[in-house]
Every structure is written in structure tokens, then in C-alpha cells.
Write a protein that binds this ligand. Structure first.
Ligand code: F6P
Length: 337
């Protein structure tokens, strides 16, 4: 049996843990393992390498993905679909394990329907993948936001300032919500619910009146406050986000008269080594993916519900995202102070 794997979409800490588990378990089953380079682009360009226990063990501790990644969409049109199918069949590989977020899973679902035996594994720092309580990269990104907030508190306190921290997450507010709560942010704004500017200003002013002469406000990049022109940048039609933090800082300074600065955390949320959760779960899921290979069970994504591994049809994941619900945001609002 020849197993192949790809890592697609935005990279994330923990991807190399997936590759370690897949490679170790597959080789122990007597299979060969190949990694396509740069996501679905490697399939379209026939670029892949053979994986060994030695290589994946050496790279296990590294952030990012040893295979590289891209936002290539194989299901972009008939030509790319046919090219991907013909290339894959010519390799003689028996299965393709696709590791990615909603775009990669959506494309993988389409490629499965077109005839490629695919198994999906969940990855995205955004945590917005439908059907799973785990996506590799998310909890490490939350730790990075938490650490950043704690650093910003000391400088905001020293200069009696408000600092706005813009974080990633695309059109979901998970990173902002969990990172903000973990770091003790004084206010968190997410795309799922409109900004109540009056409430934000009141919380900040009440702080200063209590003598707490600083505030940290976390805002998710997908929040729209108007007049930022965006251009489409990738093959899945995603706009390039970023800039709302600076915009919000100007609004806060105007409304409160308090000096306000902004920080856009950007790709620091995707960089560096994975925390333990983002190593253990990929090891478990990657190992289990080879069980599906043994049973020739394709067209599914492995996911985590609670602490259990579950299977979900890729067609169930396609075209959906998971967003923060009102109850959870109301829980977070109880700590805006
Ligand atoms: O999907 C992960 C993510 O980091 C988003 O949070 C962010 O908006 C996007 O990728 C950035 O994409 P790129 O790395 O292609 O600029």
C-alpha cells in the first residue's frame, strides 16, 4: 500500500506531528508514505517526496510543515480537477490524506467525489472547521495571543494607554475570544456580533475612573467597521483581511480622549513550535487515519468530539464554518471590566 499526504491552506504549529504519526504507523503496517509538496499544488505539479521515520522524527519539534503548503484549489475548474485525478492515478498511490481547514476539506470533498480516495484531518488556527472540537494550531495560537496580551499590559499600564490587539481568525472570533479570555483582555470584539461602541467606551472610562488607567481591547480581523477596501487574494476567493485594529484604535482615542495604540499580531499566531495539545491530538488523529486506510474507508474527515475521535463525511464539512454562538459570547462579556 502506498499512502500519500498533503498539508493545505494556512500553515499551523503541529502539522509535523500529524506527519510523524501518519509516517510511523504506515511504515509499521508495511506501507510506503509519500508527501506532496505545497498542498494540492504538489498534486497538480506532480511534486512529492518519500517520507521516512528519520525525517518526520527530526522535524517533529518544528512549527510549520516540512512539506510546505499553499492555497491551491484543485477543484477550481474542470481542467484542474482532471489534472489532479490523472496525476494522482499515475503515481500509483492508494490514498491521499489531506490535512487542512475548511478550504482544503471542501476541495478534498470535491476531489473524493471526482474519484480520488481521500481522508481528511482537521487543521486551522481559526478553529472554524465544522464538525470538530479540535483543529491543529488553534490552541497554540491562543497561547500566543495570551502571551502577547500579558506583554501589552505592562507597557499600556506604564503609559496609561489603551492598546488594541488585532488577531487572526478570518470570519470567526474563536482566537480573539479564547485568547482574550486567557490573557485577561478588558474587552473582546468578534465578527459574529456587532460592536456596541457605547458599551466599549463605558467599560474603558469606568476603568480609568476606578484608577485602572490602562485597557487591552482584542479585536478579530474579520470585524468590519467600514471603509477598508479589500482585494481578493486566493484561489478560494478569500479577501486579504487586516487593518481593523488600527481603525478601532483611532475611534477609541476620538471617543475617550485617551491615547490609544494598536498591534496587529498577524502571522506570529501561525509561527513557532506547537504546544502539547497541538502535538498530542495530531499524533492520535494521524495514527487513526492509517486505521481508516487499512479499512479502505475514504471520503471521511477524522475529528475530535470531547476527547473522542469521530468520523464525519467530508460532504458534511464542505461549505460550512463554525462560529461563536451568543451564549458563549455573553459568557465572555461577563468579564469585560
Ligand atoms: O486561515 C488561517 C489564517 O491565518 C487566517 O486567520 C488569516 O486571515 C489567513 O490565514 C491569512 O492568510 P495568508 O497566510 O495566506 O496571508
Amino acid at each position: 500500500m502506498k499512502v500519500s499526504v498533503l498539508t493545505g491552506g494556512g500553515d499551523a504549529p503541529g502539522l509535523n506531528a500529524y506527519l510523524k504519526a501518519i509516517t510511523f504507523k504506515a511504515i509499521d503496517e508495511g506501507y510506503e508514505v509519500y508527501g506532496f509538496l505545497d498542498g494540492w499544488k504538489g498534486v497538480l505539479e506532480n511534486k512529492y517526496i518519500k517520507l521516512s521515520k528519520e525525517l518526520v522524527e527530526k522535524e517533529y519539534f518544528q512549527g510549520g510543515t516540512l512539506l510546505g503548503s499553499s492555497r491551491t484549489n484543485p477543484a477550481k475548474n474542470e481542467e484542474t480537477i482532471n489534472k489532479a485525478i490523472n496525476n494522482f492515478k499515475a503515481t500509483g498511490f492508494n490514498v491521499l490524506i489531506a490535512i487542512g481547514g475548511e478550504d482544503t476539506m471542501g476541495a478534498s470533498s470535491k476531489m473524493f467525489k471526482a474519484g480520488i480516495p481521500v481522508i481528511g484531518l482537521p487543521k486551522t488556527i481559526d478553529y472554524d472547521l465544522y464538525g470538530t472540537d479540535f483543529t491543529v494550531g488553534f490552541y497554540t495560537a491562543v497561547d500566543i495571543v495570551r502571551d502577547s496580551i500579558e506583554k501589552l499590559i505592562s507597557t499600556a499600564k506604564s503609559h496609561h494607554r489603551v492598546i488594541v490587539l488585532e488577531v487572526m481568525g478570518r470570519h470567526a472570533g474563536w482566537i480573539a475570544l479564547y485568547g482574550g479570555l486567557a490573557g485577561g483582555a478588558n474587552y473582546i470584539i468578534i465578527p459574529e456580533f456587532p460592536l456596541d461602541l457605547g458599551d466599549l467606551v463605558k467599560v474603558i472610562k469606568d476603568r480609568y475612573n476606578r484608577g485602572q488607567t490602562y485597557a487591552i481591547v482584542v479585536v478579530a480581523e474579520g470585524v468590519e467597521l467600514g471603509n477598508i477596501n479589500r482585494e481578493v487574494v486566493d484561489e478560494y476567493g478569500h479577501m486579504k483581511l487586516g487593518g481593523v485594529g488600527e481603525q478601532l484604535a483611532k475611534i477609541i482615542e476620538k471617543e475617550t480622549g485617551i491615547t490609544t495604540r494598536s498591534v496587529n499580531l498577524g502571522h506570529l499566531q501561525r509561527g513557532g513550535p506547537a504546544n502539547s495539545i497541538d502535538r498530542i491530538f495530531p499524533l492520535r488523529l494521524g495514527y487513526q487515519a492509517i486505521e481508516l486506510v487499512k479499512n479502505k474507508e475514504f471520503g471521511k474527515m477524522l475529528a475530535i468530539k470531547g476527547n473522542e475521535i469521530v468520523k464525519i463525511d467530508l460532504s458534511q464539512v464542505e461549505g460550512k464554518i463554525k462560529t461563536v454562538d451568543k451564549e458563549l459570547y455573553n459568557f465572555a462579556k461577563s468579564f469585560f471590566y
